[in-house]
Design a protein around this ligand. Structure first.
Ligand code: SUG
Length: 447
């Protein structure tokens, strides 16, 4: 069956800021307290998405979530005559708790869900499991709204199965597609799905940083999606990578088609992992491994440059694959040199392009974090909510919308401002009309 890979990017939300909330994420900690530009952030994301759409790739969007999350604050007992007053009361009583309800973290769509294309699933439907993201408080509030978004964008149950999140228990900690890679001969054919976990739920974890994904979560997602165990591989991420700041596998590994680009230290037992992938791919395709040695790119450089948090793409009109990397990869000597050497040789990756997504990068989100990949057959593509597909008209509309509603700057002194609540809700209310998500999409629209 022929199919395409579509990228659904998380739109950067109007409250994008640097509150340093993310455990094990060095960029988030480093930039805590600096001044963000929500407007620059959303425009950078739109420009990246447009580059793919202009090249002829299928590009859609996932909407931002409503922040501050007034519904959640009311659940926690904060009260007020208006939503702005609720925010003011919460921010005054417990600013750290309040800031956890303010993050624009749903922009990192690679953490929205794990996606299994219909070619891999027992019932022949495309399966989604929204991630419960329960390691960080600020992200643990995303899952239900992600579920609603996926339902509105992929509504036809004959084609799409949108599951609920895994149970909110630490044993099932799940961060979605950031810890999942699909390899295949071509997108529409059957694939091998790799799930990468940081810890077994039933062992003690003592690390410098938390391991955000459990083996049990990976196994549960694979079971729900009806994947063939013979074509599914569960791999342990290396402790060294987590300790160095690789809080998701996609900070040290990316794949596309049969190609897996990974850092030497990505997996706890590399040889066993590669053997398991070869066995799972047997009879379907020959995996192509592109390993980056620690001698050429030290793990620290891999993490600050985000070389692996790139989009690896089958680019229309290009014989070899294209890596869309963050600018920081070009600015880091070892990774720039690696990219030059790789593309000059006979690697399956023939070109590296650079994208500026600095606003997101300062919170630890590169090009690959900003997108959720969804392989769609022609019939499935036709069943997607058409309003979310990026074309020139939607690009113009969203650019004008963001420029109208988003603040140029958002710094620590601005975050308590109750006016932000109304500004954010007005912007998102308008967005639900643009993306045809329905008048009751956000909790603030349902009261
Ligand atoms: O979960 N940052 C995100 C970045 C997610 C990147 N995603 C992938 N690697 N796929 C995180 O650590 C920072 C938010 C803050 O501090 O306000 C944050 O949540």
């Amino acid at each position: 069956m022929s199919a395409i890979e579509a990228n659904f990017d998380g739109l950067v939300g109007p409250t994008h800021n640097y509150a340093g909330l993310a455990p094990g994420n060095l960029a988030s900690a480093k930039n805590q307290g600096s001044v963000a530009s929500p407007r620059a952030g959303v425009l950078e994301g739109l420009a990246k998405a447009k580059r793919l759409a202009d090249a002829g790739l299928a590009q859609g969007f996932l909407p931002p979530q409503d922040r501050p999350f007034i519904f959640g604050l009311r659940q926690l007992g904060f009260d007020g005559a208006t939503d702005g007053a609720v925010w003011e009361a919460a921010y005054k009583a417990d600013p750290v708790l309040a800031l956890n309800m303010m993050s624009a973290s749903s922009m990192w769509a690679a953490n929205a869900a794990t996606v299994s294309p219909s070619a891999d699933t027992a019932d022949g439907r495309l399966h989604f499991t929204p991630a419960n993201l329960l390691t960080g408080l600020h992200r643990s509030i995303e899952g239900y709204q992600t579920y609603r978004a996926l339902q509105r964008i992929f509504p036809a149950e004959s084609h799409f199965a949108v599951h609920s999140e895994l149970p909110h228990q630490a044993s099932f900690a799940d961060e979605g597609a950031a810890n999942h890679v699909r390899l295949c001969a071509e997108h529409g054919g059957p694939g091998v799905e790799l799930f990468v976990y940081g810890r077994d739920a039933f062992e003690d974890w003592e690390g410098r940083f938390p391991a955000r994904q459990t083996k049990q979560a990976c196994e549960a997602v694979a079971r729900r999606h009806g994947l063939d165990p013979a074509r599914t591989v569960h791999i342990r991420q290396s402790r060294a990578a987590i300790d160095a700041g690789a809080f998701h596998n996609d900070v040290v590994c990316v794949g596309n088609g049969p190609v897996l680009l990974f850092h030497e230290l990505a997996f706890e037992d590399k040889n066993a992992a590669l053997d398991a992938i070869r066995r799972a791919a047997d009879g379907l395709f020959e995996p192509v491994f592109v390993e980056v040695s620690a001698a050429e790119v030290p793990i620290g450089d891999a993490i600050t440059s985000y070389l692996f948090n790139s989009q690896l793409l089958t680019w229309p009109g290009q014989g070899r694959q294209v890596l869309l990397a963050p600018q920081e990869t070009e600015e880091t000597e070892s990774t720039r040199a690696f990219c030059e050497r790789m593309t000059a040789g006979n690697s399956p990756i023939g070109q590296v392009q650079y994208a500026g997504v600095r606003q997101s990068m300062r919170n630890g989100g590169g090009p690959a974090c900003l997108r959720l990949r969804v392989v769609l057959t022609e019939a499935e593509r036709a069943a997607v909510n058409t309003a979310v597909w990026l074309d020139d008209a939607l690009y113009e509309t969203l650019t004008a919308w963001a420029t109208r509603h988003y603040r140029e700057e958002l710094g620590p002194d601005d975050l308590g401002d109750p006016a932000l609540v109304g500004e954010s809700q007005t912007a998102l209310d308008e967005l639900t009309q643009i993306l045809k998500l329905g008048p009751d999409f956000y909790p603030f629209q349902r009261v």
